[in-house]
Design a binder for this molecule. Structure first.
Ligand code: FER
Length: 305
């Protein structure tokens, strides 16, 4: 029962948000707000197929990585905070690993991705099939305030913006001091769902010297406006290895991602734009994570998509 609640609550929340947020202000946003009716254009197509069933089912006979909940001192928030960290099978201090920072939505915390997608099992399975590079996955708490429990709804939006400092000044240094990592932009990825998708686009695209692989799945209205998000298209084009945008075609927030896609296309910034048939739900997030993690840290010559 609890599991089902956890599965459906975010979709319910997204639906309620979509229904209740039709305000004059959101309508005046020129179609960015969640109140806008979904209008699909010719580019809004699924370019990565729905994955097979069981992508995150625990498989016997494959090597398993480890998941650990660690604490770190956050100078920017002024508290001890938590993050969930996956290390791949055979993790060894004698090797160095790339790191994916994976951010949750407005109703979640450092445990949310685990409930929605069990990224540890998803990665174990892809690694067993040779479809991903061994990597560390860090799932922090993106609500950068002293009380960072998964509550507060829209009121916590400012804390999601403040997380930029915590991520850059506290989370990444804590990970790089405790784990054996490749500490450069080409070995750091940033992706997230909904509020975490907006954070990933906002922070990732503002810090191209820190992240080369960026993904936003069903990015929320916290996403900056496109021209602010990518003020220097030439720099984004030159530096990004992968920019992944995705949304379900039944998600009332799709206007946000459509706007980013249209701008990137106009400015000739290579990116993936994957529109599948999901809503604002864990299936979309799990499926897009599955495809995203297979692409990252692979081709050093890769350019954007
Ligand atoms: C909004 C609608 C949805 C919004 C945030 C969300 C900040 C976030 C949804 C989620 O994280 O699931 O208007 O404004």
């Amino acid at each position: 029962m609890m599991k089902r609640f956890n599965q459906w609550f975010p979709a319910l929340l997204g639906g309620l948000l979509a229904l209740t947020l039709i305000t004059p202000e959101s309508l005046a946003q020129g179609g960015r707000g969640p109140g806008r009716a979904i209008v699909l254009g010719p580019d809004d197509k699924q370019v990565y197929p729905d994955p097979p069933a069981g992508i995150n089912a625990k498989r016997e006979g494959v090597a398993h990585g480890q998941l650990e909940m660690i604490s770190y001192e956050s100078k920017s928030v002024g508290t001890t905070r938590k993050m969930n960290v996956y290390t791949p099978p055979g993790y060894s201090k004698d090797k160095k690993y790339p790191v994916l920072y994976l951010l949750h939505g407005i109703g979640g915390d450092e445990t949310e991705w685990q409930r929605f997608a069990s990224p540890n099992l998803l990665l174990d399975n892809l690694l067993a099939d040779g479809k991903a590079v061994p990597m560390i996955v860090v799932m922090p708490n993106g609500r950068a305030q002293k009380d960072d429990r998964a509550q507060g709804g829209m009121g916590s939006a400012p804390a999601f913006a403040k997380f930029e400092d915590d991520l850059l000044k506290d989370v990444i240094p804590a990970i790089e001091s405790r784990y054996s990592v490749q500490a450069d932009r080409e070995h750091r990825a940033l992706a997230g769902l909904s509020m975490g998708g907006g954070q990933s686009l906002n922070f990732g695209l503002a810090h191209l010297d820190t992240f080369a692989w960026v993904g936003g799945f069903s990015s929320a209205p916290n996403t900056k406006r496109p021209a602010e998000l990518v003020p220097d298209p030439a720099a984004a084009k030159a530096k990004l290895k992968l920019l992944w945008l995705s949304c379900g075609n039944k998600d009332g927030l799709i206007g946000i991602s459509q706007g980013v896609h249209a701008y990137l296309k106009e400015k000739d910034v290579p990116h993936v734009w994957n529109v599948d048939s999901n809503a604002h739900d864990p299936t979309h997030w799990r499926n897009n994570l599955y495809h995203f993690v297979q692409q990252i840290f692979r081709d050093p010559e890769r350019n954007g998509k």
